[in-house]
Design a protein around this ligand. Structure first.
Ligand code: GDP
Ligand code: MN
Length: 381
């Protein structure tokens, strides 16, 4: 789950990482009021779950409350790469002498958290990594040993930060950022830019924060930050129903049991010339309610032209899945063609149930390949 800048900064603040004072606003009037409360020049910042807002015109400085109101009016409603701006963060403006970059993320290859620090901040980190890789200092943290200040000192030297005062402040920020990363079960905490003010004060001017979805159950306060209105409606429905669902852009809706089989199904559909509309995993279940829930999510995508059920019965019994499919078809009206391939435990019984009931839009195929071909063919009609 990605957090908005203002939410990430709230977590930073709780861990003692210096951030600027700010207020949330959803209208130009609220922006006016926020600027009045903050006093002095402010920066009006679009809150959208994508980076590069500055270049897209989503970040503007304002001299006074009237100007903040004006700038808020310009930014609200902007479309930043598909994200419509509905919320603004009004923050006390900072004077900037230098822009650094600091992040901690997972290095899956090393199975360790990885810090990156560079004095070439403000721009996209991918650009720094490409154009001046030597400027990017890296440090892995052993998750069992935990954070050791001497390692962070090495990271700071390697990045070429030579002011003693900055070194001290950044050391503190790295330590706090690691604590924040670990206790929030984060996947990414990025500060870009980490600024140095003309007075020499180091502060987080931006925040990019991703929390591991699987850990949200132990962070009810973070889970609550999710912006339901901004979420993809199908993914929101899937989450609500507990269905594993990933939207893709093709026409064949896919339901498999187990992630491996579902992925293989996506591949087979592509191999026979089709395009998957989604990746949907029924998991170990296959009971009627599970099938109904998954079908509801899949059919809520109007790009779907056919549905492909690919079930391999292991512990899940094919006859039970077949009953689930029939119950689902009784329960909801689906006119789209449905192609079913059942194999494994009780496959014969399952196929018999389906062919006996014989709903006109239901096609039972003997193999995964034939079923994929049929589903792709029917999607093209
Ligand atoms: P991003 O473009 O989405 O990464 O948004 P940022 O929050 O990083 O802001 C983009 C840029 O706007 C920063 O790199 C700064 O150069 C500038 N900026 C943001 N806040 C301030 C501020 O308080 N004062 C000044 N002078 N510039 C700011
Ligand atoms: Mn930024």
């Amino acid at each position: 789950m990605d957090l908005y800048e203002y939410q990430g900064k709230e977590l930073f603040r709780r861990f003692g990482i210096p951030v600027s004072d700010g207020r949330l606003a959803t209208t130009p009037e609220e922006a006016h009021e926020a600027a009045e409360q903050l006093g002095g020049p402010v920066v009006v910042k679009a809150q959208v779950l994508t980076g590069g807002r500055g270049k897209a015109g989503g970040i503007k400085l304002a001299d006074d409350p009237a100007d903040a109101e004006l700038k808020a009016g310009e930014i609200l409603g902007l479309d930043i790469r598909g994200h419509i701006v509905r919320k603004l963060w009004i923050e006390k403006a900072s004077d900037i002498a230098k822009e650094y970059y600091l992040s901690v993320t997972f290095d899956r290859g090393e199975k360790k958290p990885l810090f990156m620090l560079t004095t070439e901040g403000g721009v996209e980190i991918e650009q720094v990594a490409e154009e001046s890789p030597d400027a990017l200092a890296r440090l892995h943290i052993d998750p069992l040993e935990g954070f050791q200040p001497y390692q962070a000192r090495r990271l700071i030297y390697e990045a070429g930060i030579d002011s003693l005062d900055e070194q001290k402040q950044i050391l503190g920020i790295i330590e706090k950022l690691y604590a924040c990363f670990v206790s929030a079960d984060a996947m990414l905490c990025e500060i870009n830019p980490l600024i140095v003010t003309p007075a020499g004060e180091v502060r987080a001017l931006d925040s990019k924060f991703t929390v591991d979805d699987s850990a949200l159950f132990r962070h009810p306060d973070i889970a609550e930050m999710r912006d339901v209105a901004a979420a993809d409606p199908q993914e929101a429905l899937a989450r609500e129903k507990g269905v594993t669902y990933v939207k893709l852009d093709g026409e064949v809706g896919i339901l498999g049991n187990g992630a491996g089989l579902s992925m293989a199904t996506v591949d087979v559909v592509v191999v026979v010339g089709g395009r998957p509309a989604n990746f949907c995993d029924l998991g170990g279940g296959g009971d009627a309610q599970g099938v109904v829930d998954a079908l509801e999510v899949i059919t809520s995508d109007d790009q779907v032209r056919s549905i492909f059920f690919n079930i391999f019965g292991g512990i899940t019994r094919c006859d039970e899945v077949a009953r689930g499919i029939l119950a689902a078809l009784n329960h909801m009206k689906i006119e789209l063609p449905i192609v079913v391939r059942l194999d494994g435990t009780n496959a014969d019984a399952g196929r018999k149930l389906l062919t006996d009931a014989a709903p006109p839009n239901l096609h039972v195929e003997p193999t995964m390949l034939e079923a994929a071909q049929r589903a792709v063919e029917l999607a093209a009609k």
